[in-house]
Design a binder for this molecule. Structure first.
Ligand code: ZN
Length: 465
């Protein structure tokens, strides 16, 4: 796996004097350690100061009072929802979807670009270094929506795994979305393959990997599920969808297909170590066994599940069974915070409410948000832990301020304390956050442009409705 550091920036950044949580296989931590970055790679991690007499040191950082961790990896999102936050506030999933589909069906390229910039800026400012997006709403004539979010991620300097989503089961075919919000099966498959051709980069350290992501059992035909799995495997890309999110979805699958969601997914070729699913809240013991047996991953979205009253995923049981589990913000119409670092705390609290004080600890929560996410995205050889030879995706959290200075355990301070300021975030060796501020975009501009597009969408939807 070892690749030479990218030649363009093959200088060194030395961070020392900080606590280090590597999130490697042994959960190695140093109370006082160092990280050396060479180009876009981590060159060394260890206790005490960095090795002496390193050449080409462009920057030396005193990390006293800080904690270095791997960058956070988000495994589930819908960027376009940045423009429709705070709506249908008291609805469950199906009612919330039915309320929002007519507005979502009016999105266009400038809206998706502004929403992607808002979503990405919010996450990056909070320590996310690898983002994903699940985009499945493609109104006719709306422009290049996937291209718009790829452009936004490239400009912000984020490692990105966008998925080309799809819906082809409208209401007239027994689905939940209105017919005007869905594509034909053929059009969805053709556009998905075009997205892979145009954008997918499978190389080590890639900044962009495409995935294939039909939306859910209640918005996608069986044929599209089957053909999407075949397409992804033919092209060597990963598969993603929503699964087992609510009791209503379970009822839908039993009524239409005569089986629960997990059995339905298995019957359509949708379990495997190249698949990860969002939510997986309503899982039987047999479902958990099936995920473990096949290596199917889970994007756990605690805040979204709470916001929609969907239930609590059985994450402790999944981890015991060896299922790869990462964390997801989910779309910001069902998790208005839009941040991932706060999900570490939320995950821990939700599972302790459900399973007691030992259900999930702070280090497990940090692992979900870092290495677990990298596993789920198929990138654990490249990112998700601080180890020599891996990509320089890392965060230096400030823990000596008011919110954290009296918590001696830095991992507990990060997970249990208030959201920690990001002193520095590196993606592919490049600084994207310094002293809590984005380096690669102006936050006020991003906020203003997103609001302009949110107003535009609301006006167009109102005129159409
Ligand atoms: Zn979702």
């Amino acid at each position: 796996m070892a690749a030479p550091p990218s030649a363009a920036s093959a200088t060194r950044t030395v961070i020392e004097g900080c606590a280090v949580a590597t999130v490697d296989a042994h959960d190695t931590e140093y109370a006082d350690g160092h990280v050396v970055v060479h180009g876009n790679l981590i060159e060394s991690v260890g206790p005490g100061p960095a090795p002496a007499h390193l050449p080409d040191v462009a920057r030396r950082i005193d990390g006293t009072g800080h904690l270095a961790t791997p960058g956070l990896v988000n495994t589930h999102h819908h960027f376009y929802q940045w423009l429709t936050r705070g709506l249908a506030q008291n609805s469950n999933l199906f009612d919330w979807l039915v309320a929002l589909y007519p507005t979502w069906a009016r999105i266009d390229e400038p809206m998706v670009y502004a929403a992607a910039r808002g979503s990405l800026a919010m996450m990056v400012r909070g320590g996310v270094t690898t983002a994903m997006d699940h985009h499945y709403v493609f109104p006719r004539g709306a422009g290049d929506l996937l291209g718009a979010e790829i452009r936004a991620a490239r400009e912000l300097g984020v490692r990105f795994s966008p998925t080309r989503g799809s819906m082809d089961r409208g209401q007239s075919a027994g689905g939940l979305p209105p017919d005007f919000a869905v594509e034909t099966t053929e059009a969805a498959l053709a556009a998905t393959e075009e997205a892979i051709d145009a954008h997918h980069d499978p190389s080590f350290g890639s900044m962009l990997r495409i995935g294939v992501a039909p939306c859910s059992p209640f918005s996608v035909s069986t044929e599209l599920l089957r053909e999407s799995a075949a397409l992804a495997r033919r092209r060597g890309v990963r598969l993603h969808t929503h699964g087992s999110e609510t009791v209503e979805e379970e009822d839908f699958c039993k009524e239409l297909f005569g089986m629960g969601p997990t059995d339905y997914f298995e019957s359509t070729g949708w379990l495997g170590d190249d698949v990860w699913m969002a939510h997986c809240v309503h899982m039987t013991d047999a479902d958990v066994d099936a995920f473990a047996r096949t290596g199917t991953g889970v994007a756990h979205c605690p805040s979204s599940n709470a916001r929609l009253g969907a239930g609590t995923a059985r994450v402790p049981a999944m981890l015991r069974a060896g299922i790869p589990v990462g964390l997801g913000v989910d779309g910001t119409a069902s998790n208005e915070s839009g941040e991932l670092h706060t999900e570490l705390r939320n995950a821990l609290l939700v599972h302790r409410l459900a399973g007691g004080a030992t259900a999930l600890d702070a280090r497990q929560a940090l692992r979900l948000g870092t290495y677990g996410g990298a596993q789920v995205l198929g990138r654990a050889e490249e990112t998700g832990s601080l180890e020599a030879g891996k990509l320089a995706d890392l965060v230096l959290w400030r823990l000596d301020g008011l919110g954290h200075s009296t918590i001696a355990d830095p991992v507990a301070a990060l997970v249990l304390g208030p959201p920690a300021p990001v002193a520095l975030s590196l993606i592919d060796g490049r600084a994207v956050v310094e002293d809590g501020r984005l380096v690669t975009a102006d936050e006020e501009t991003v906020a203003r442009e997103a609001r302009t597009q949110a107003h535009r969408l609301a006006r167009i939807a109102a005129d159409a409705g």
